[in-house]
Structure formats: structure tokens, C-alpha cells
Design a protein around this ligand. Structure first.
Ligand code: GLC
Ligand code: GLC
Length: 807
């Protein structure tokens, strides 16, 4: 069942049934001011850091689930309704929520009154605009009362939900004309405030939650709205909100527009106040004046749309597969931008208070994002590398506001260091710019410890080389990519974190997955070294690679697939010898990508096993059989009920590895088959089962052993976005940035016979026409001249190159 449809021309998903199986959300913002917006106007806003600088409040675990946002109440002759259906839940005569790239438009109608609500964060300013236009389509003049309302958060979102004995005393607002300023803690150590402003004079306001709503009422029957009034309250302590009320008279055929703006302002220490207790509003006025008219709003909105059209023109495909095209051209790239911005911090499943930016997560996010804004990637790489320690190990996460490593979680995830090589090599391939290797980058953010970035990469490899176990395979530490394979944890204490507890430092548990990574990215680093003339160093690294490769062939192969790991007692994990968890997906993907045991046919066998044992209707399950019982020596992986999360769901993040691995062994049909199974556009028709947004990847889809087989969870913030983008563009379409030029090595399935791709690469626009006769041959021609090999050598003097590929 569908709840809407794609509008590819407008780059939108149009939700037409507000009863979606879960909130279907969207993101706004690019540089500092970010918002989450659901299809019922729920969600929240923050500045840079969803934990430390929360602007509006949202209650996770609420009933109903998605309650609280920016709400517009329209009281039309006693019928009270909202453009986004919630919170009044008044049945609408028509409803549309168009989620676009960085904006949403709600179009609803009730009793011949039409509401159009345009919401977005402008490109350059720290605010969210909500422009509401009401049109009277009836034959009579309507007298409408309109209330707009948001609820402020007391900045630190964790504190806000926990420290009530303080919080209920500190809330402060200032009210000035058509603006309510939220200035809690501004008198003391904060230099920032937020505001809620309207462009026209209101007929009343409220800033105290309990009065606006009424202590025994709720968002769906706020006292002020029911009584068509405002109480003109000034919050003092308790919960500051901002609400403006308008009495509008709208003639037949007439439209009235109100622009609501939620803004964020920072002031210099010496310019905080105008006078005692009166905040300096200069910057706020500037922001307010920039969005005072419909024309100004439209201009900013068009700039945002144009920006996205420009960005997406970097990579565009037109093939005979509509769903593939819409994912590659629009939604997959868009999701990559969101994961780049948010890492795993704020979604409807991530509270924004737990995790900051992950070292491994953010490195991987770059793989799908790099072609969009390479400059931002360079900055990000530096931030990430700066939390690494001199021995190559690293903090696992950092807070975006402070950019400091997060000491609560610490380090010890032994795959982390290698992801830095993945990100940096991809950066060089995309930009051709090796100077990034010289960027002075500190260790653990310590001033004076700066070394060229290349030393960080050396440290990364060296960490693995110096941390090997009894079989010569890399030690796993707290966990590798699979956060839940905790082989040194041995946790018996309820509630203890599996990631941070280590009650049994075996110094023995090894990861075949990290071995695969080491081989793949070790070779990559050796190539970089050769390219910059360090041939001896490259040769040494290849020796190290060879030794891990040999160890993997010898101890990491189980007969039909790659072993997953060795536990603290040197027992195999992910082997036919085990009762449960006999095969895991991760090493099958990575070791095949790294071509380990290629001459022995390992990759092919491993991927056959993946198809036979792990593949279900929605993709490839992470392991099989699921663990039925808790295994103290394996950790969190065995803590999940069967079929969920790391215990046997389709953990979508690793599915693209299988797609790519299949293209490495030349199995194009199977590569596309795996791609298709959990591609959201293909699951749109079964949204009642899949449940999450049909335009966005989710982290997991419950596996065959789960009660709710096929149900997805944790949409948006997942490495799936980036890796799938990589798989679709670089493996299936085969448009691969490489050190010396653009490689074109398509692995299209038979069903895609034609594809026209435009790819802007280092400033040159490549128009690539692929004709797929599935002949097993490869011919590249430029201007009718056959080209040797698969790489178009980079020539900076060209602006446009037309390439033909016949397969
Ligand atoms: C989550 C984490 C990611 C990890 C994965 C598997 O997606 O963000 O870092 O690799 O789970 O456990
Ligand atoms: C939990 C999740 C896993 C995630 C980890 C992050 O263990 O199951 O997916 O990577 O938390 O800390």
C-alpha cells in the first residue's frame, strides 16, 4: 500500500495520506541551523548540536509518538484544524505534504478554506521560515482565528529532560512587538538566544505553556485556541513557549499570508545587552527584516531549490529504470547530505542526545557525499583525524559543537583507524588534490601535536600492524564495524554498555572483517604512496598487506565462506562449526572487495553462500542462524531478539558491500538484485509492511526470524546512504573517480540497456552514454576513437567530454 507518490520533476515525495505507518520526516538546514520536520508538522530545531544547543523541545517516547512541533491552529467558525493534521486530528478535506530537498510544503483544505504552509531553512541564515497562506475558496467572508506556536527547549536537551528542579525556575523570555525572545541563561554564561517572530502585527500572544494549553488540556485542545484568545502571558520559569494569535477576515477568493520565523542569534560578549536585562536585538532585527515579505521568502526559497538542482547536476543518470534513476539522482544523494550533516545524532530514532559524530560513521558518510561538496569534506576529514591518538587508535566519537573526542565512550574500536584511509583516498580520487596529505592535523586536538595528515594515515595502518592476535589477524578491540560483536566484553551487569564494558581483556579476539579492511585500504594507501614517489614505503606496506592476506586465507576461510572472527578463547565466530551465527555478511563483502583468495575462488563461493543462506525478500541478513540465547563471550549481538538489529535483520549498511563485491567478481545480475531488494523506491508499494519513508534508507529491516518480518526501523541516519550511493554510482554504473582520471567500468544488469550519465569531475563535465548489450565485451570511444583501458585520462583544459561505452 502507498501513502503518496514520487514527484521526480519537483524532486519531491508527496504524502497524500497523513496516516503514514510511522512519522515520515524531512530535514532542513546546511550550516548551523537544522530542523527535523514530520509529515504532521512535528519535530524540532537546533543549532549545530542537537544535544548542546537545542532550540525547540521534542519529547521522545511521547504518546502519541510524534507530538510537538510547530503547530498552526485554524479556528474557522468553530472547526479547528491544522495544515499538518496533528495535533487537532480534524479530518481534512484534502491533505498533501510535499517533502522536498530541504523544505516541505503542506497543502490542506477544510470547509473551503485552503492552507498552504511552506517550511524551510534558508541557505545563508540561522532561522526556519514557516509561511502560511490561507485562501478562502468559499462564497462567504470567513472570520478565522489563527494561532501559531512553538515550544522552546532550555538549550541542553539532556538537561532539559532531566533537571526539572532547576529548569522550572530559569525560563526567561522578552517580548517585543511581534517577537518573543527566548533568553534562558543568557544573563549568565550563554551568548545566544532564540526568537519566534511574525511579519505582521498580531492580536495577542502567549509565552507560558501551562496557560496557553491549560494544565488539564493538551496540544489537541489548547485553552487559548478553544477560547479564540490569547492570554498575553510572559513566561517566568516553567516552560517558555511562543505563540502569536491573529484574527483574520478573509473575503471570498482572497488570500492572507503570515510569515513565522524561528531564529537563532549569537552576540559578542561585550554586546550582549542593550541595557540591564534587555538583550541586544540588532542581529535579530536584521534576520527579521530579511524575511518580512512574501517576495523575500520566495527569493530565498528559490535560491535553496536552485542550489539543490546545481548540486545534483554533479551526477545525473537517465536510464530505462525509473526507480534506479530517482534514487541515484535525488533521494540517495539527498540522504548522503543529511548523514553528512547529522552523522548519527538527530532523527526520530536517534534522540540527538546520545551520539555525536562517529569516527567510522563520518568517514564512511564522506564516500557518498564527496562529489557534492569536496571542500566541506576536507574540513570534515581534518575534524575527524584530530580526535585520533598518536598510536593510531582514536576516540570513537566527537561532539560537533566542541569537536572534542567523547571521553564517555572512549576508543578501542579497532576498525576505526582504517576508515580514515578510505575517506582520504576517496577525497584524493575525487579532487586529484594530494595536498590534503600535508594538512597539519593535531592528535587528540592537542595544540603543538600537529603532523601532516599523511602521518595520521601511517599511524592508522601501524595500529593494526602492531595489534594482531594468535592467528596473525587484527585484534578486534571493543568491536569492529559491528558494534555489537563484543568479544572482550563479558557483561553480566544489566544496563551496562556493551561497547564500553571490558571485563575480560583477552588480547586474543581477532576480526576477519578488519583483515579485509586492512588488505583493501592498505593497498589503497600503498598506491597513494607510489603516486607521491614513496615507493619503498609502499613496498613495505604491501608486505604487511600480504601477511594479513595470507593469514586470512589460512585462518579466515571456513570452506564455503569467510569466518567472521576468533573469540577470546580462539574459537571461531561465523563458522559452520558454530551452532548459531554460522555465517556473517561483513567479511564476505569486505574480503571479496579486497580480493582475498581470489585465485582460489573464495569471493565467488562466499557470495554464493550469501545468496543461499542470507538473502531474504528485503536484502541480505547480517547473520544466520540468529542467536537464540545470550552468549556472554559474544556480547550485544546475542542480546537482540532473533531477527532484529545485529542479530539477523537485514542491516542495510552492509548490503551495498555485497552489491560491490558481486560486481568485483562480475556477477552483475546478482549485484542489482541485492540493490533492488531494499531500495526504498522498490518498497513503496509495501509501505504498510516496510513502514519507514519510501524515499530513504533505514538502518534495519527485520529478518525472517522476527515477528515483524520486513518492518524497517531507524530511517535516515545510517551508513547505508553513503555506501549505497557508492555502490550504485561507482559499482553498478561504474563511474569511478580514480587517481589519474575518471574510470568508467559499468556493471549493469541486463534489464538496464541504456544509461546516459552526466558526471562533473574536477570541473570537467562528462556526458557518458552506456549501451548495454550484455556482450561481456567493453568498448570505450571518445569522438568515435577507441580508448585503451577504462580510465579517461584527466585533462583540465577540457570543459566537456562525450564518451560512449558499449558493453
Ligand atoms: C550503527 C553504527 C555504526 C555501526 C553499525 C553496526 O549503524 O552507527 O557505526 O557500524 O551500527 O553495528
Ligand atoms: C547499539 C546498536 C548499534 C549501534 C550502537 C552504537 O549497540 O545496536 O546498531 O551501532 O548501539 O553505539
Amino acid at each position: 500500500m502507498k501513502y503518496g507518490h514520487f514527484d521526480d520533476k519537483e524532486y519531491e515525495y508527496v504524502i497524500t495520506n497523513y496516516n503514514t505507518p510511522l512519522p515520515w520526516i524531512n530535514y532542513y538546514g546546511q550550516d548551523g541551523f537544522f530542523s527535523l520536520m514530520s509529515n504532521t508538522c512535528g519535530g524540532y530545531m537546533f543549532y549545530k548540536d542537537a544535544k548542546l544547543r537545542r532550540i525547540t523541545r521534542f519529547r521522545y517516547n511521547n504518546v502519541p509518538r510524534d507530538y510537538g512541533g510547530r503547530y498552526y491552529y485554524i479556528n474557522d467558525n468553530g472547526t479547528i484544524w491544522n495544515p499538518g493534521f496533528l495535533p487537532m486530528k480534524t479530518k481534512l478535506d484534502s491533505y498533501k505534504c510535499r517533502h522536498g530537498l530541504g523544505y516541505s510544503i503542506f497543502e490542506s483544505e477544510k470547509n473551503n478554506l485552503k492552507a498552504e504552509l511552506l517550511c524551510f531553512v534558508p541557505l545563508k541564515d540561522l532561522c526556519e521560515i514557516n509561511q502560511l497562506t490561507l485562501t478562502n475558496n468559499s462564497k462567504e467572508t470567513k472570520k478565522v482565528t489563527l494561532h501559531g506556536v512553538i515550544e522552546f527547549c532550555l538549550w541542553n536537551a539532556v538537561d532539559d529532560q532531566t533537571n526539572f528542579q532547576r529548569n522550572w525556575n530559569i525560563g526567561e523570555v522578552e517580548i517585543d512587538d511581534t517577537t518573543i525572545y527566548h533568553k534562558t541563561e543568557y544573563r549568565e554564561r550563554r551568548n545566544h538566544y532564540a526568537f519566534y517572530h511574525t511579519n505582521i502585527k498580531h492580536d495577542g500572544y502567549d509565552s507560558d505553556l501551562d496557560t496557553f494549553i491549560g494544565l488539564y488540556n493538551s496540544w489537541c485542545d489548547p485553552s487559548a485556541v478553544l477560547n479564540k484568545t490569547s492570554y498575553n502571558t510572559k513566561a517566568s520559569g516553567w516552560a517558555p513557549i511562543a505563540s502569536h494569535m491573529f484574527n483574520l477576515e478573509i473575503k471570498p477568493g482572497e488570500s492572507k499570508t503570515v510569515i513565522f520565523q524561528t531564529g537563532y542569534v549569537e552576540n559578542d560578549e561585550d554586546k550582549k545587552f542593550e541595557k540591564l536585562h534587555v538583550i541586544n536585538k540588532e542581529k535579530a532585527y536584521e534576520l527579521q527584516n530579511k524575511y518580512a515579505t512574501k517576495e523575500q521568502v520566495l527569493k530565498a526559497f528559490n535560491e535553496l531549490k536552485t542550489k539543490w538542482v546545481d548540486l545534483l547536476s554533479t551526477l545525473n543518470v537517465k536510464s530505462d529504470n525509473e526507480k534506479f534513476d530517482r534514487m541515484v539522482n535525488i533521494w540517495n544523494q539527498y540522504q548522503c547530505m543529511v548523514t553528512f550533516n547529522m552523522s548519527r545524532s538527530a532523527s526520530y530514532y536517534e534522540s540527538g542526545t546520545g551520539r555525536g559524530m562517529g569516527f567510522r560513521d563520518s568517514c564512511q558518510d564522506l564516500l557518498g557525499f564527496l562529489h557534492l561538496i569536496p571542500e566541506k569534506s576536507r574540513e570534515r576529514i581534518k575534524d575527524i583525524a584530530s580526535i585520533q591518538f598518536e598510536d593510531g587508535s582514536t576516540y570513537h566519537q566527537y561532539q560537533p559543537l566542541t569537536k572534542r573526542g567523547n571521553a564517555d565512550i572512549g576508543g578501542g574500536f579497532n576498525d576505526d583507524p582504517l576508515w580514515l584511509i578510505a575517506a582520504v583516498s576517496q577525497y584524493i580520487k575525487e579532487t586529484g588534490d594530494y595536498t590534503i596529505l600535508n594538512d597539519p592535523t593535531p592528535f587528540n586536538n592537542k595544540e603543538g601535536s600537529e603532523k601532516p595528515l599523511i602521518d595520521h594515515l601511517r599511524a592508522s595502518l601501524n595500529y593494526i600492524i602492531t595489534h594482531k592476535g594468535p592467528h596473525g589477524l587484527p585484534l578486534i578491540g571493543r568491536a569492529d564495524w559491528n558494534d555489537c560483536l563484543n568479544l572482550n566484553c563479558f557483561s553480566k551487569t544489566p544496563g551496562e554498555s556493551f561497547q564500553t564494558a571490558s571485563n575480560f581483556e583477552s588480547g586474543k579476539a581477532e576480526s576477519v572483517f578488519i583483515a579485509g579492511m586492512f588488505v583493501l585500504y592498505g593497498k589503497e594507501f600503498a598506491t597513494i604512496l607510489k603516486n607521491i614517489g614513496n615507493t619503498d614505503e609502499a613496498a613495505n606496506i604491501l608486505k604487511e598487506v600480504k601477511s594479513v592476506e595470507d593469514a586470512t586465507v589460512k585462518y579466515g576461510w571456513d570452506g564455503e565462506w569467510f569466518v567472521r572472527a576468533y573469540d577470546a578463547f580462539e574459537h571461531k565466530v561465523g563458522s559452520h562449526e558454530c551452532e548459531d551465527g554460522q555465517i556473517f555478511v561483513e567479511p564476505q563483502g569486505f574480503c571479496t572487495m579486497a580480493r582475498i583468495g581470489e585465485d582460489l575462488g573464495y569471493g565467488k563461493k562466499a557470495l554464493d553462500s550469501v545468496e543461499k543462506i542470507l538473502t531474504n525478500d528485503y536484502g541480505v541478513e547480517i547473520l544466520h542462524p540468529c542467536y537464540k540465547e545470550y552468549h556472554i563471550e559474544l556480547g550485544e549481538v546475542s542480546s537482540y531478539p532473533m531477527g532484529y538489529k545485529e542479530n539477523g535483520s537485514v542491516f542495510c549498511h552492509n548490503n551495498p558491500w555485497i552489491v560491490i563485491a558481486n560486481t568485483v567478481i562480475g556477477n552483475n545480475e546478482r549485484a542489482f538484485d541485492v540493490y533492488r531488494r531494499n531500495c526504498p523506491a522498490y518498497l513503496e508499494e509495501v509501505s504498510e509492511i516496510h513502514k519507514t519513508e519510501p524515499y530513504i534508507y533505514s538502518q534495519t529491516i527485520a529478518g525472517r526470524d522476527a515477528k515483524n518480518y520486513g518492518e524497517a526501523k531507524n530511517s535516515w541516519l545510517t551508513g547505508t546512504a553513503s555506501w549505497t550511493m557508492y555502490a550504485a554510482s561507482q559499482a553498478i554504473l561504474g563511474i569511478k573517480p580514480d587517481y589519474d582520471g575518471l574510470m568508467i567500468d559499468p556493471h549493469l544488469p541486463k534489464e538496464i540497456k541504456h544509461a546516459k550519465v552526466t558526471r562533473v569531475f574536477r570541473g570537467v563535465k562528462y556526458n557518458i552514454t552506456i549501451t548495454n548489450n550484455a556482450s561481456g565485451k567493453y568498448l570505450m570511444t571518445i569522438d568515435n576513437k577507441a580508448i585503451d583501458g577504462k580510465v579517461i585520462p584527466y585533462n583540465k583544459d577540457l570543459t566537456e567530454v562525450d564518451v560512449n561505452i558499449a558493453l
